[in-house]
Design a protein around this ligand. Structure first.
Ligand code: URA
Length: 197
């Protein structure tokens, strides 16, 4: 079975089995999408209104901004995989609660295990704190973080401000764009480290 089929099966299983309370208020599940063979996986926070309606991550305003930034580094959605820590929309887009993050955690970890990307990029502090609870996004953004996690082959992480937060904030937008442009160099750095192992 190839990675695409494995992901399809995984999403089917979790859509049936996920015990997340948000299921009661959301229209539908929003599983990750994209290239199952991708070198980069982007992880956001939770679906918003447009994502809840369409059943796909990052299809609203933040997603359009993300597409612009991807184009700056010559990448398209087909080249990457994108998912969220929480797969159901929280009511009125409130922050996901710890128990909601916990109930979708295994789903996310299994996605990452199948794809086994070179680099995981966090979109915003919620995604970052899911793996690095002690880091502040103000200090960690734009830097390569290296940490092995049990059962995961990926150990390279990179944090960005969330595109929705930066969308209408001039200086944050500029910082996000600058951090984003570092991604190709970060991949080169990872390759170098892997060769020298
Ligand atoms: N914001 C997120 O964090 N995820 C989405 O899918 C859309 C907006």
């Amino acid at each position: 079975m190839d990675k695409t089929q494995k992901l399809e099966n995984l999403h089917k299983k979790w859509i049936a089995e996920c015990q997340c309370e948000l299921k009661k208020t959301a229209t539908q599940a929003v599983p990750g999408v994209g290239n199952a063979e991708a070198e980069i996986v982007f992880i956001g926070e939770a679906p918003g209104k447009s994502e809840d309606e369409k059943g796909e991550p990052f299809v609203g305003a933040a997603g359009k901004f993300l597409d612009e930034m991807l184009a700056e580094i010559k990448l398209r959605r087909e080249n990457i995989y994108i998912t969220n820590i929480v797969k159901y929309r929280p009511p009125n887009n409130r922050d996901p609660l710890p128990e909601e993050k916990a109930s979708c955690r295994e789903w996310l970890l299994e996605e990452l295990k199948i794809i086994s990307p070179k680099l995981i990029i966090f979109l915003g502090r919620h995604a970052m704190n899911n793996f690095f609870p002690d880091q502040q996004i103000s200090g960690a953004h734009g830097k390569l973080l290296i940490k092995p996690f049990k059962g995961m082959s990926t150990k390279y992480f990179f944090s960005l401000y969330h595109p929705a937060a930066a969308l209408y904030d001039g200086s944050m937008r500029e910082t996000l764009m600058e951090d984003f442009k570092k991604i190709p160099k970060v991949l080169e750095e990872i390759e170098k480290r892997q060769k020298n192992k």
